[in-house]
Write a new protein. Structure first.
Length: 244
């Protein structure tokens, strides 16, 4: 994919793979990885989502954040359907905060983060990277089973069992591969504040589940409502163009 990666000097910064969806959370996650001193390789999936505005957003973010590389990988979770993000199912609009937090929403994509992390793990092994960053959040998206700390811990265990790098490092002080989820216990307002401190340009990010014309945030889906609340709570000007 990027053969030049094998010729980097040994003193180069440690490498990390960053899952980059193009949303506010993953943009902040990329900025955090950079701040921690990692050379960041962004990874985005065209997975069959109905709206591709987030792919363009991810490319803008990877560029402005100075990612060392950005791979956009095609997979097709829409073949299975089962989500309002991949099938012809209405995206819920105008829900209350209590409704958003109640149960597993129809915008959950079956096993998405498991699939994404598995492919990020493959990319990490080919790059000789020991670190993977994912911008999941367990507070605002409490209904998603694959955004919980237990899931991240379990996947990290799997990553160290499943890979050559993990097996060769077995018995050492610390596991070889680390799954970082730096936003997992943060509120959306805290994420906006942290991203702002790190200089993230949120105007480049796309959170909406249903951007009607492909560019504007609808302003009424769960993701837009949480985004608005995050900026308001952080006291940061919201640069987003909302349709409502
Ligand atoms: Zn929206």
């Amino acid at each position: 994919m990027t053969p030049q990666d094998t010729t980097e000097p040994k003193c180069a910064k440690p490498k990390a793979v960053i899952l980059l969806s193009g949303g506010l959370d993953s943009a902040t996650c990329l900025a955090i990885a950079k701040d921690k001193g990692f050379r960041s390789h962004a990874l985005t999936f065209r997975y069959g989502q109905r709206h591709l505005a987030e792919i363009a957003a991810a490319a803008r973010i990877a560029e402005t954040e100075g990612a060392a590389g950005h791979d956009v990988i095609d997979i097709d979770l829409a073949q299975f359907g089962g989500s309002a993000l991949t099938a012809d199912i209405d995206v819920p609009k105008g829900r209350s905060e209590d409704d958003i937090k109640d149960g597993i929403p129809v915008t959950y994509v079956p096993a998405r983060n498991t699939v994404f992390l598995a492919l990020a793990l493959a990319r990490a092994e080919t790059l000789c990277a020991d670190d993977i960053f994912i911008g999941v959040n367990a507070l605002d998206y409490s209904g998603y089973p694959d955004c919980r700390p237990e899931f991240i811990a379990a996947f990290e265990g799997l990553a160290n069992l499943a890979t050559k790098a993990g097996v060769e490092a077995a018995g050492k002080d610390k596991p070889k591969i680390t799954i970082h989820a730096p936003l997992i216990e943060m509120t959306k307002a805290e994420i906006v504040s942290r991203g702002t401190e790190l200089g993230v340009d949120f105007a480049h990010t796309m959170s909406c589940y249903d951007p009607g014309d492909g560019l504007r945030h609808c302003g009424r889906c769960d993701a837009c409502l949480l985004r608005k609340k995050g900026f308001a709570g952080a006291g940061v000007d919201d640069p987003t163009d909302y349709a409502a």
